[in-house]
Design a protein around this ligand. Sequence first.
Ligand SMILES: [Zn+2]
Length: 252
Amino acid sequence: MKIGFSTLALFMNSFEKFLEKGSEDGFNLMEILCEGPYWPRNVMSMDKGELEVFSSYDMEVYLHSPTIDLNPASLNPGIRNETLLQLKETIDLAAEIGSEAVTTHPGMIHRLEDRIRLLAMEYAIETLQSASEYANERGIKFSIENMPGRSVYFCNNSLEHQNFTKRCQCHATLDVGHANTTQDVESFFKMNNILYYHISDNNGEKDEHLSLGEGKLNLNLLKGLKNVIIELNDYNNILKSRDILLNLNKNY
Ligand SMILES: [Zn+2]
């Protein structure tokens, strides 16, 4: 099992600090949340020398694309185009720093009428298919994450998640916290194209990002997984959850 962490917990630090801190604590995997100061367009305009720091650490890096205010399912073509552009920029950044994979969200629709939801779903798949093709050309793995169990989101159940990733010919990032807010967390684990996992705990209703063991997640589901990103706001809680994961996986 490879255990890593989301840089969400170290927000506002430099890339070097992320790498240094992660290595010190024995992590060999991390996911950079590309929002705010780590927005790909900004990062790509930085001095390329600053990005060389990634090659001096033995750390596998994944990127989480910007998703705030973007939406691949938007009924508005301007928003869809901007979403695709920023996905491509994230993929370019991944190629630049030697990152293996880019994860993104499947989008959302605030109208519940079936025909509108279906139309938005087709838009989302079209946007994400183009991003997936672009990633393929650049040798980057593209992955779509499942969302919490609320009707505004796409991929709020394993069937839809599987369908999105199949049609986009890409991987799945299984957010275990999100899955735990659906009525059927176990079905997500049966998907056959999971690239890695986002791990956090919750009470089964809200996506609370609690440390492992503090919510109602069945921790037995976390045994024997391959690549895991702990996704919590607080770095000390990441370390606590890491120890719980290690303990659970002693025999794997
Ligand atoms: Zn996410």
